[in-house]
Design a protein around this ligand. Structure first.
Ligand code: HEC
Ligand code: HEC
Ligand code: HEC
Ligand code: HEC
Ligand code: HEC
Length: 443
């Protein structure tokens, strides 16, 4: 409000000053006859009235309080990644609005022998914590309720796939597309020391040619593709892809790649923003459970208010102990453990997957061994106690295409966080069929 007072004060001073100047240089003649009275004007609008639509305890003030508890607000990624245009379409306000306003495509183009990822912001627009103005970019344009419109609800071409697949969640006026624009996986590209062009991994070949050696430790082998590392991954935002049932490495198997009803009837906001809030879960805190840290414990309390509305689960309301919730999560947890065991089996007694039993592991408690989706490869800064090495003993093993595909699917299904609640069928199919594909390859 301070700003507004200043503006009014400045305006008042300006009018006073202008008035003084006018009277001082005008010569007065004799007074003329009085004119007829004008008609009454219509009442003007109090500008402050439109502000009050939002600037009220029940609106902006209430939501700003909730938002403090959202990782969008307290998380540090927006600060850590500031000034990195490649990261900032998803991590900063200006970067996000840049790719939205300029309709930046998710394509890769070959420029001077290198594949350039076009999905990027620019240096002049790569700052800003995620705030009200990130998702409601029209705020303070007309000063009316329409200013709350979402910044984008357009279909989202997937950056992981170089735009070859598009996610479009059309239910509820497509509002989930806002979230998916950021909560989507990132591309895996060839290591430039192997292939200087840095091309996008051919995901289709992982299915079509499962026995091809993607990473070959045989002395003298000419590796052309991706290089395993601690962080060989599709980043952290896989939820949008899993929810939409798109982008996983779809091996044939006993399970069909269908999606559960959530994909077409529920939107992200239905579950993550439902009110009344339950502790710090719901509303603009965006959490699903009343716990700021990631650790799941027996006392974890969930916000089911979004699930149990008419048209969804109102007739058989859900809670943490209902079969639909509990058994689904137990089943998917079992499948995650199974796929992990299968991926690790080639390690001759030592896991390929990295374990992290500390509270900072975002996926703590989701698998028995607390995997986090990274590989246990030595990395001086990120994984100094890593077991496997690429150039000395113990040497990380060769990887077939099917193993790379299974790793991607493990990351997808672990890092969607919900143990299948987002899209049970798709997660079940990716996990089950990956195990079968590894078996078929003799692994
Ligand atoms: C459509 C909703 C809406 C309307 C209408 C609206 N505002 Fe805002 N305003 C916001 C939001 C949201 C914020 C950010 C609050 C926060 O970050 O906690 C904000 C913040 C502000 C701030 C703080 C500075 C800033 O930019 O963050 C001022 C000053 C302000 N508004 C003045 C006004 C005035 C004056 C009017 C009426 C002429 C008005 N607003 C109308 C939503 C609105
Ligand atoms: C501008 C990009 C962007 C948009 C749009 C966006 N998010 Fe996020 N979201 C992020 C980032 C980045 C983080 C992690 C922030 C950090 O770690 O500092 C995050 C964190 C979260 C978290 C917490 C994750 C955790 O690990 O605890 C939830 C839940 C979430 N977002 C849900 C949503 C939902 C629901 C929507 C749509 C209404 C949405 N987000 C829209 C970028 C975005
Ligand atoms: C396509 C969108 C997108 C791009 C591009 C992107 N990120 Fe992220 N990133 C996310 C989302 C979404 C999250 C939060 C996921 C969650 O917590 O569920 C995240 C989380 C993170 C985190 C927090 C992880 C944690 O442990 O809390 C870091 C660090 C990070 N990103 C770094 C980067 C860096 C560095 C780049 C650029 C090289 C980058 N990101 C590019 C979407 C993106
Ligand atoms: C990550 C994206 C995101 C951020 C950040 C965000 N909002 Fe929202 N907001 C939404 C979505 C999604 C809706 C639901 C709109 C819909 O369905 O049309 C919404 C709805 C609203 C509404 C109308 C519904 C209601 O509960 O009254 C208000 C007011 C609002 N937001 C204010 C704010 C304010 C104030 C902030 C900052 C403190 C903020 N928003 C930050 C995504 C966001
Ligand atoms: C049917 C309800 C439901 C819908 C719809 C839903 N989610 Fe979730 N989401 C969950 C549950 C349950 C979890 C697990 C939360 C936990 O463990 O704290 C979760 C976890 C997450 C997380 C990690 C959050 C955290 O706090 O650890 C993110 C990010 C997320 N969802 C984003 C989204 C996005 C984006 C969409 C839409 C594309 C979406 N969700 C749709 C139920 C839902």
């Amino acid at each position: 409000m301070k700003n507004v007072t200043k503006i009014f004060l400045a305006a008042a001073l300006f009018i006073a000053a202008a008035g003084f100047v006018l009277t001082s240089c005008t010569k007065e003649g004799p007074q003329g006859p009085s004119g007829t009275n004008g008609t009454n004007g219509t009442d003007g609008k109090d500008a402050a009235e439109t502000c009050k639509q939002c600037h009220a305890k029940a609106v902006v003030d209430r939501i700003a309080t909730q938002f403090e508890l959202s990782k969008h607000s307290w998380g540090s990624a927006a600060f850590e990644e500031a000034g990195n245009p490649g990261c900032d379409p998803c991590h900063t306000q200006l970067g996000f609005l840049y790719v939205v306003d300029n309709n930046i495509p998710a394509t890769f183009t070959l420029t001077g022998g290198k594949w350039v990822n076009n999905y990027s912001a620019v240096y002049s627009a790569s700052i800003g914590a995620i705030s009200c103005f990130t998702c409601h970019s029209s705020l303070h344009t007309t000063y009316g309720a329409a200013d709350l419109a979402l910044s984008t609800t357009a279909a989202v071409p997937m950056t992981m796939r170089g735009g070859a697949l598009t996610i479009d969640l059309t239910q509820d006026s497509s509002r989930s597309n806002l979230c998916v624009k950021c909560h989507q996986p990132r591309p895996l590209t060839a290591n430039t020391s192997y292939d200087p062009s840095g091309r996008l991994l051919n995901y289709d070949s992982l299915v079509i040619d499962p026995l091809f050696v993607q990473y070959d430790t045989t002395p003298g082998a000419q590796n052309k593709g991706i290089k395993p590392s601690y962080r060989m991954h599709n980043h952290y935002g896989v939820v949008g892809a899993v929810f939409a049932g798109k982008g996983g490495i779809e091996y044939p198997g006993t399970e069909d790649y269908n999606s559960s009803p959530h994909t077409t009837v529920a939107s992200c906001q239905d579950c993550h923003m439902s009110e009344p809030m339950y502790g710090i879960a719901g509303g603009h805190a965006f959490n699903m459970r009343n716990a700021k840290e990631s650790a799941l414990s027996s006392s974890t309390t969930w916000n089911f208010s979004g699930c149990n509305v008419t048209g969804c689960h109102a007739l058989n309301p859900l809670d943490a102990n209902t079969a639909k919730f509990k058994n689904t999560r137990t089943e998917i947890q079992g499948l995650l453990n199974d796929l992990a065991a299968k991926i690790n089996a080639v390690g001759g007694g030592h896991d390929l997957l990295h374990r992290d039993a500390s509270a900072t592991n975002l996926w703590w408690g989701l698998t028995t061994n607390n995997y986090d989706g990274y590989l246990d490869i030595y990395d001086a800064s990120s994984n100094p106690t890593g077991y496997w090495k690429l150039t000395s003993q113990p040497k990380f093993p060769s990887l077939l295409n099917v193993q790379v595909g299974a790793l991607i699917n493990f990351q997808f299904c672990l890092r969607e966080y919900s143990l299948g609640i987002h899209n049970t069928q798709y997660v079940r199919a990716l996990l089950t069929n990956s195990v079968q594909a590894l078996t078929a390859a003799g692994l």
